[in-house]
Design a binder for this molecule. Structure first.
Ligand SMILES: Nc1ncnc2c1ncn2[C@@H]1O[C@H](COP(=O)(O)OP(=O)(O)O)[C@@H](O)[C@H]1O
Ligand SMILES: O=C(O)C1=C[C@@H](OP(=O)(O)O)[C@@H](O)[C@H](O)C1
Ligand SMILES: [Mg+2]
Length: 169
């Protein structure tokens, strides 16, 4: 395996943070959840940033910090926030500098998990189900521009980690 960062992308709640931690353990690499990095660097929680400054301001902070980590670190496992990859500059930096793993999930399977995901995710609290499904569909067209694609339906985080390990070997 090369020294590239491994970047996990996919919709809110698909398992980027959970799988990222497991993967880092298996590979003996450092794990960085970009939402947590943003919270540490700004001294505020993600919901606080959305509430006080709005989504546009959050996206600017997300862009600056995510691109910095993609370009200027090596050998880490980075889990991105679900919307980060929609920003062309972030996508370009990820595809140029990192190995990008798309964790995919069907809408039906995601719906089963939705209620437990609302806490701490402002977009899931403020949007209707119809709006969330539209966002889900449109984002999936963009996530497909990746290095590796892993469907996570009916698969445990440990199994998803194993699938990624096989793809990397
Ligand atoms: N493969 C999976 N199967 C079932 N539940 C999962 C799976 N991956 C993650 N989860 C659960 O879904 C929730 C969201 O996971 P998380 O890793 O925070 O997602 P993300 O970082 O992509 O938003 C957590 O409660 C986690 O335990
Ligand atoms: O999809 C999105 O736009 C967002 C996803 C969240 O991260 P997770 O994908 O880890 O939930 C977080 O960055 C923020 O609430 C916005
Ligand atoms: Mg996460």
């Amino acid at each position: 395996m090369d020294d590239n960062n491994l970047v996990l992308i996919g919709f809110m709640g698909v398992g980027k943070t959970t799988v990222g931690e497991l993967l880092a353990d298996r590979l003996q690499r450092e794990f960085l959840d970009m939402d947590r990095v943003i919270e540490k660097e700004t001294g505020r929680t993600i919901p606080d940033i959305f509430a006080a400054e709005g989504e546009v301001a959050f996206r600017e902070i997300e862009k600056r910090i995510t691109i910095d980590y993609c370009r200027n670190t090596k050998k880490n496992i980075l889990s991105l926030g679900g919307g980060a990859y929609m920003q062309p500059e972030i996508r370009e930096a990820c595809l140029k500098e990192c190995t990008v793993i798309f964790l995919d999930i069907s809408w039906e399977q995601w719906l089963e998990r939705m209620e437990e995901l609302k806490e701490g995710r402002p977009l899931l609290q403020e949007k209707s189900l119809e709006e969330i499904q539209k966002l889900f569909d449109s984002r999936h067209d963009t996530y497909r521009h990746c290095t590796h694609h892993v469907l996570t339906d009916r698969t445990t985080p440990e199994e998803v980690t194993e699938i990624i390990m096989e793809k990397m070997s």
